[in-house]
Ligand binder design. Structure first.
Ligand SMILES: Cc1cc2nc3c(=O)[nH]c(=O)nc-3n(C[C@H](O)[C@H](O)[C@H](O)COP(=O)(O)OP(=O)(O)OC[C@H]3O[C@@H](n4cnc5c(N)ncnc54)[C@H](O)[C@@H]3O)c2cc1C
Length: 681
């Protein structure tokens, strides 16, 4: 982050693309002593409260309310281990309802129904809740995000009037029944059918085939009275695609007539949430049970919708549910903060082996490898935090009507998908690394890693499987978020990409144009990637942008070649899928870095800016280092520069070392949520 901008000189110029490089002799690498380094770069002094205020942003008050509630119910962390499953579920429900009474879980609902009327605040509240027990978090997500969100976004006034007030207090518990045993990611292929009976003015909900039962549904096994059921709508023998219906599934604790409920049983984690399966055997609900914001059926059985194209209608409906995805991404990122806070604090207490002194063993955090393991993850957590802030802000704007254009909405959906995927994969990786960094102590349940690992694992799968989500991101990129994309099925999309859009993508991302754009960012002319300093954030961003567009162009060219050779479009797409995922990941990584760079640039010139600048540089260089094979293969990184980057990472880690405690304290995770008294002191 331009904390030091002197350009290191490379002895050998980069050979052009495609030319085999003879490795030049690297210059001697001098390892500076920590003292010499510290003298060369004055160390910033972190203002921790100011850092927390920066991270908390405009919703500091909301986040503090949640922190207070978490501390009040801190015993839930132990109860997760001591209570049996049934009792723990009841305890989680109790805590959720008590927290709901403080207003923290209803921030996103309209004020007229007892909510807070602020979508952005609901993200802040949810993210902060991830510092605590994650069954509580997920139950809140199911009740207020999934169930409540579906009623609010897909329903109309009659549904809002009937359900929202009790839903917001938790008096009315519900579930979101979309997934089936037979179909999870492919929602359009669901097997549950809702047939309109015009004579009775009712819909008849039926599980039509063995695997069409609903599955994994949170709140279904024990607590939900109502379900928002996603089913294929059939009117007068004609199918109109997936629509959502409010269906009573339980009365006075017993399954409603025609509904069969089974418990999903013990899970890897999140055992305070009652996930279950649902079957419907001709369950009748009134015509008004259809959540009819986007389509309706009149009494006489006439189907109508303001959105003609069934695919577009389907994607529009799903698009309104994007808030859940934003929440889960933020939850994953905040769970990573808990793991890092514990691991860093432990590494500042724990000593192993005499290394630099004969009298005293070395602190774990003074080992270079320990820094290398934890600090890039710390830097990435900060990066993702700021990226999450951007996506949550955009989501707030779209859902509060501040921004209404269609392209912005599609870009938001793509960004939410990408941030969720990277944020939750990051959680899985970070929690594992932090567990290992705490050695055997990390394995004890009391020290939180058991729950953190088990409970966050599935974040990569629910609210959209990460791999499937990244394909969605790539499709947005390939079609430049074209409106027509929503109207196409999978095969149509491939044809579209391979036919029309490919020319545009190839043109847009041609190496010539890429270099031109990068040159606008950097003053170094054709040698931009050699002349700029590796700590120049414009250089770092240019590298990531170059990679993203180059990969995207490669995908487009491969799709076109496949189609031109007459291959089945689905087969073509499948063959380039790894390339597609790489393109999406490269895109999202660039967005994440951009969010971090923008944030740091906007800070006042103080020590916190210097500290975050170090983290930002570390994050950027770690990304380049992780994909250095690609950059070298594509002639954008010499051996010398690659080594320079690795050396800089080491030196940044050493500079971050004295700041590490403050940087994790800045997250503002309440001590009671860290538990682990022997680890964190
Ligand atoms: C604890 C838990 C709670 C849940 N809560 C709810 C809930 O409340 N309500 C609800 O409706 N659902 C819920 N779900 C379901 C969840 O949303 C689905 O599990 C998820 O969407 C994935 O679907 P699936 O399990 O069918 O996996 P699949 O879609 O079968 O995917 C399996 C694997 O195949 C890969 N894959 C799939 N398609 C492709 C493709 N086109 N190309 C390449 N790879 C592919 C995926 O990446 C994945 O690795 C929950 C699930 C769990 C585990």
């Amino acid at each position: 982050m331009a904390t030091e901008t002197t350009a290191p000189t490379d002895p050998a110029p980069e050979p052009p693309e495609g030319v085999t490089e003879t490795p030049p002799v690297p210059p001697p690498m001098t390892e500076e002593s920590a003292a010499a380094e510290a003298a060369r770069y004055p160390q910033p002094v972190v203002d921790v409260p100011a850092l927390t205020a920066l991270l908390d942003g405009r919703y500091a008050e909301v986040r503090n309310l949640v922190r207070t509630n978490l501390v009040e119910y801190a015993s839930i962390l132990e109860e997760a281990e001591s209570l049996d499953r049934a009792a723990f579920r009841e305890r989680v429900k109790e805590v959720v309802l008590e927290m709901a009474a403080t207003g923290q879980t209803g921030m996103g609902f309209p004020q007229e129904y007892g909510g807070g009327g602020d979508v952005g605040a609901s993200f802040a509240a949810f993210e902060t809740l991830a510092f605590g027990d994650l069954s509580v978090l997920v139950k809140v997500g199911v009740q207020f995000g999934l169930f409540g969100g579906a009623v609010l976004q897909l329903g109309t006034k009659r549904h809002h009037d009937a359900y929202l007030r009790d839903l917001v207090t938790g008096k009315l518990m519900g579930c979101f029944a979309m997934t089936e045993t037979g179909h999870g990611s492919n929602v359009q292929a669901l097997g549950t059918v809702a047939t309109y009976d015009a004579e009775a003015g009712e819909f008849v909900i039926t599980t039509t085939e063995p695997e069409a039962n609903k599955d994994y549904i949170g709140n279904a096994a024990a607590h939900a009275e109502l379900a928002v059921v996603f089913a294929q709508l059939e009117v007068a023998g004609e199918r109109h695609g997936v629509h959502a219906f409010v269906v009573p599934i339980r009365r006075d604790g017993a399954p409603a007539a025609g509904v069969r409920i089974e418990d999903d049983g013990l899970k890897m984690g999140l055992n305070g949430v009652d996930n279950g399966k649902l079957w419907f055997d001709g369950v009748r609900v009134p015509r008004e049970a259809l959540l009819n914001r986007f389509a309706d059926v009149s009494e006489d059985g006439t189907y109508s919708s303001g959105i003609e194209n069934p695919n577009r209608r389907f994607f529009t409906m799903l698009g309104t549910l994007v808030q859940g995805r934003v929440c889960v991404g933020g939850g994953g990122i905040n769970a990573s903060k808990v793991a890092l806070a514990i691991a860093v604090r432990y590494a500042l207490r724990r000593r192993q082996f005499e290394a630099t002194s004969e009298d005293e063993e070395e602190l774990l955090l003074d080992y270079g490898q320990h820094q290398r393991r934890l600090f890039p993850l710390l830097a990435q957590t900060y990066a993702l935090h700021f990226a999450q802030e951007v996506v949550a802000g955009q989501c707030h704007q779209v859902f509060s009507g501040e921004v209404s254009d269609e392209k912005a909405r599609r870009e938001l959906e793509s960004r939410a998908a990408g941030t969720k995927a990277l944020g939750t994969w990051h959680a899985t990786r970070t929690i594992q690394e932090c567990r290992e960094a705490c050695g055997g102590a990390g394995y004890l349940a009391e020290n939180r890693f058991a729950a953190l690992k088990a409970d966050t694992d599935v974040f990569t799968t629910f609210e959209g499987d990460n791999t499937v989500l990244l394909q969605l991101v790539a499709k947005g990129l390939l079609t430049d978020y074209a409106g027509e994309f929503e109207e196409m099925d999978q095969l149509g999309m491939v044809r579209f990409v391979a036919g029309l859009a490919v020319e545009t993508v190839v043109e847009r991302t041609s190496v010539h144009k890429l270099l031109e754009r990068v040159r606008d960012l950097l003053p170094g002319g054709d040698q931009w990637d050699q002349e700029a300093g590796v700590l120049d954030s414009d250089y770092q961003l240019a590298m990531l942008r170059f990679r993203e567009e180059h990969i995207l162009a490669g995908v487009a060219r491969r799709l076109k070649r496949g189609i031109d050779s007459g291959m089945n479009p689905g087969e073509v797409f499948s063959r380039v899928q790894d390339h597609v995922i790489h393109a999406a990941r490269a895109h999202v990584e660039r967005l994440v870095l951009e969010a971090f760079v923008d944030k740091v640039r906007a800070m006042p010139d103080d020590d916190n800016k210097v500290a975050l600048g170090l983290l930002c540089d570390l994050h950027a260089l770690s990304l380049i280092e992780a994909d250095r094979a690609w950059f070298m293969e594509h002639g954008r990184l010499t051996v010398v520069r690659s080594k320079e980057i690795s050396r800089r990472i080491g030196s940044l880690c050493r500079r971050i070392r004295p700041l590490a405690r403050d940087l994790v304290d800045g997250f503002g995770v309440p001590d009671a949520m860290l538990r682990a008294p022997d680890l964190v002191g």
